[in-house]
Design a protein around this ligand. Structure first.
Ligand code: MGD
Ligand code: MGD
Ligand code: SF4
Ligand code: MO
Length: 766
């Protein structure tokens, strides 16, 4: 690429891309105060120049005229019933927020106030440092997040197994000899709960060194196209397939349980519980030949090292937690947990030091339940599948005020149509968001944080799941145009605590920092154990409140400088001096020290797993539904919120219903024609794409579309509206252990839909 001559006012900024979990390093050329070019940072210690088509769109996001720069306040509806918003200054916005909080709290109590946290919170430093304070000061048990339409089963499995929900072993991608990808499509998603920029390159490097890629996915995904072996189970049946793999390992005497004899003493006893899952029974349920299932097990045993990895397609199903457990059990039984080339635990720079002795308080769920459906709390959260009921069903404790932070549940959560109605029925709603979209159009006040290029960045959450230990902090590229995200969260926390519209967010910032420091000096394993908190506080570095918290986290973490105790260690200043990141080396074995179960061992046979396994065994003779819906992701898309960028939505409408040729013929569907898809809860109409990328009996719609709601400010997305696949997903069924929504394997009926007929309101499939 040739470059125009540099202007004197040109500089290069380096920062981590915050858009997905891959954490790619970007090189951003700023010329005359504007982004001139974004490309992959070739010197990044982890991503080595990799970038996907979304990475360079940070510029478009920053410049998108529809992105909100000032608060919006809702002022009634127009003649067509669409909400009307007015831009106000921050003081006015806060006044209204405080008024709404006070009104609802006074009339209905703390539990009438709820919070929904969307996916970008996993990427936002300010959420990592400040969200807990907001949750605490709201004092409500009504916390919901995108985690229960996502990875919650993985947390619950880890919570019971290892005593810590974030103790999630990730494939040691760069050293493994065999990778089994189940229900994930990293060639499209760039990886999830397994952070590896350039995931596809790393897979191809594995194949080049003689390793093999197995993909288990009903759909011929982009990742499946790269596979050495592709198995195509019926949606929702992976648990049966994996249970049969485990059974085969024990039946053939090839299970290698000895390596973990001390850390997982119950592993051998698993054999008795998987007895019903013969390869033949599993073949009937999954549609995968018995010989292929046993071949997978045998290949795992034969491979010098192997890693089984599962994601969305294994999480967003009815047996999601059990599937996550089975993945770990397979990895344990093949001797691959906690060793190079297998699956391993990261050691992030901001981890709290707890010493290397196993043991801890363990993991508890169900400390309270959802009001209407009685589903258990998990990690302080209720299932988002319950959100609409918690708002709509009358009674004591009904939600009347909802705060959303970086979330679009109307498009992301099951039965989006009913959720849309529920949000419209609230007494008050407050959104912290950069867009006026399908969800935030229901808000009384929308509080916009600065753009991604206007905040510092550090992946507090994602470093826990990195395939290599690294640390990378990036300063803002441009100064913020309004309050920082953490200022907004802090002010909300203060208002929720009853301090009124004039409360100073600095109070909250100071409290967060002080309580962190006090906890650290009281932690015997911390490098600052026993020191004077004021001495530490005086030495904290950083220009913003979130950066100051980060400085403490990093300096008191496993590689930290301990505020002088280990002068060569990490600090914010050290990170700032390394714009391409700091490489902390490959993953290292961490067992048994990483275990936080009260017993100090891996609780392989914790009760919830045993109960679920028995429930699964009862399903072995169930007839599968004739036609089911699954999702898929698209490379140039990011859940629901990047469809307003022309560069990403260019070309034909891609929100298509993929249908196998045999089904199309049977159902009378034609390529490019419209079809109506009906589930128990709703119906949508979408253009048909006939392809054998989906097998017979399975249709696929991507999620995050449906931008045709009135009253949004999404000029580009509206022109590429697509349909909301979550009008079809059913909140009545969840993974019972985690409360996670079931978004794959939805029974549906599909019929041709002539252009001039209206979409059915809802109708039950056969
Ligand atoms: N059918 C089906 N449904 C699914 C899935 C599926 O596979 N199939 N996947 C699920 C998954 S994995 C997820 S994570 C969820 C996502 O569910 P959500 O998190 O609810 O939805 P997103 O589309 O990620 O919406 C992100 C919101 O954050 C806003 N935003 C972006 N950047 C910022 C920022 O810096 N600060 C603030 N405050 N706001 C910002 C955007 O404008 C948008 O409103 O969807 C789930 N829904
Ligand atoms: N381009 C892009 N990247 C993204 C996102 C995005 O929207 N677009 N979203 C981000 C987010 S929030 C997340 S959580 C990650 C998710 O990252 P991934 O988990 O890699 O996400 P998907 O691409 O949805 O892959 C899920 C796969 O599961 C398959 N599947 C569906 N049902 C089943 C089943 O029952 N069994 C099996 N074995 N497979 C099944 C689908 O066909 C699909 O190929 O991606 C992140 N990255
Ligand atoms: S893969 Fe993810 S982190 Fe990397 S450039 Fe693309 S969106 Fe950004
Ligand atoms: Mo997600």
């Amino acid at each position: 690429m040739t470059d125009a001559p540099a202007s004197p006012d040109e500089r290069i900024a380096y920062r981590t891309c915050p858009l997905c979990e891959a954490t790619c390093g970007l090189e951003i050329t700023v010329r005359d105060g504007r982004v001139h070019r974004i490309r992959g940072d070739r010197d990044d210690v982890f991503s080595h120049g990799f970038i996907c088509p979304k990475g360079s769109t940070l510029q478009h996001l920053h410049e998108d005229p529809d992105r909100l720069r000032r608060p919006l306040v809702r002022r009634g509806v127009d003649a067509d019933g669409a909400p009307v918003f007015e831009e106000v200054d921050w003081d006015e916005a806060w006044r209204i927020v405080a008024e709404r909080f006070a009104a609802v709290r006074d009339a209905h109590g703390a539990d009438a106030v709820a919070l929904y946290l969307g996916n970008p919170n996993a990427h936002l430093l300010a959420s990592g440092t400040h969200m807990r304070a907001l949750i605490r000061s709201m004092g409500s048990r009504k916390l919901f997040s995108a985690s229960t339409v996502d990875q919650m089963p993985r947390h619950v499995a880890s919570g019971h197994l290892y005593g810590d929900p974030v103790a999630i072993p990730v494939p040691d991608l760069d050293r493994t000899d065999m990778l089994v990808v189940i229900g994930a499509d990293p060639y499209t998603s760039n990886g999830s709960v397994c952070t590896a920029p350039g995931f596809p390159d790393r897979i191809e490097a594995m194949q080049a060194r003689g390793g093999t890629l197995w993909v288990i996915d009903p759909r011929r995904s982009r990742t499946a196209q790269q596979a050495d072996v592709h198995l195509r189970p019926r949606p929702g049946t992976d648990a049966v397939l994996l249970a049969a793999v485990v059974r085969h390992l024990f039946a053939t005497g090839t299970a290698r349980t000895g390596r973990l004899a001390a850390a997982a003493p119950d592993l051998d006893r698993v054999a008795a519980f998987v007895e019903p899952f013969t390869p033949e029974a599993a073949a009937r349920v999954t549609g995968v030949a018995a010989a292929d299932i046993t071949a997978l097990a045998d290949a795992l045993v034969a491979a010098p090292t192997a890693a089984v990895y599962g994601r969305i397609g294994t999480n967003t199903v009815e047996f999601g937690t059990l599937t996550a457990w089975l993945i770990d059990v397979v990895n344990m039984c093949t001797g691959n947990v906690d060793r190079p080339g297998g699956v391993m635990f990261a050691r992030p720079a901001a981890e709290r030091c707890r010493g290397d002795r196993p043991g801890g308080r363990g993991y508890r769920v169900g400390r309270w339940t959802s009001r209407v459906n009685g589903r258990p709390e998990v990690q302080g959260e209720l299932p988002v599948a319950d959100l609409a009921d918690e708002i709509l069903v009358p009674g004591e404790g009904r939600i009347r005020l909802l705060v959303t932070v970086a979330g679009n549940p109307v498009l992301s959560c099951p039965d989006g149509e009913r959720l849309d109605e529920a949000l419209a029925s609230l007494d008050a709603m407050i959104a912290v968001d950069i867009y006026l979209n399908e969800t935030t159009r229901h808000a009384d006040v929308i509080l916009p944080p600065p753009s991604s290029l206007e905040k510092s960045h550090y992946d507090l959450a994602l470093y826990q799941f990195h395939v290599r230990n690294v640390a990378h902090w990036s300063p803002p590229v441009f100064p913020p145009s309004g309050p920082l995200e953490e200022d907004i969260l802090a002010k909300l926390a203060a208002i929720a605590a009853g301090l009124g519209p004039d409360a100073d967010p600095a109070l909250v910032h100071d409290q967060i920092l002080r309580s962190l420091v006090e906890a650290e000096v009281a932690n015997e394993h911390s490098p600052i154990a026993g020191r004077d908190p004021d001495e530490i506080l005086a030495a904290v570095d950083g220009d913003t409140p979130a950066d100051r918290v980060l400085d403490v986290l990093v300096r008191t973490g496993p590689y930290g400088d301990g505020f002088g105790a280990r002068p060569d260690g990490l600090s914010l200043a050290v990170l700032a001096a390394h714009p391409h990141g700091v490489d902390l080396g490959p993953l290292e074995p961490r067992l048994p020290g990483r275990l936080r179960t009260p017993s100090g061992v891996i609780e392989v046979l914790a009760d919830p797993f045993v109960t679920e396994l028995a429930r699964l065994a009862q399903r072995l003779d169930h007839e599968p539904p004739p036609l089911v819906l699954i999702g898929r992701r698209q490379l140039r898309s990011n859940n629901s919120w990047m469809h307003n960028l022309e560069v990403l939505v260019r070309g034909s409408n891609r929100c298509t219903l993929q249908v196998n040729p045999a089904d199309a013929e049977r159902l009378g569907l034609v390529d490019g024609g419209d079809a109506e898809v009906r589930s128990r809860v709703g119906a949508v109409r979408a253009p048909v794409e006939i392809t054998d990328d989906v097998p017979p009996g399975v249709v696929s719609l991507p999620h995050g579309w449906g931008h045709d709601r009135p009253g949004t400010r999404l000029g580009v997305a509206r022109a590429h509206a697509g349909v909301n696949s979550n009008r079809l997903t059913d909140p009545a069924i969840v993974d019972p252990l985690s409360g996670n929504a079931v978004l794959n394997g939805i029974p549906v009926e599909v019929v041709p839909a002539p252009a001039d007929t209206p979409v059915s309101a809802a109708s039950a499939p056969a």
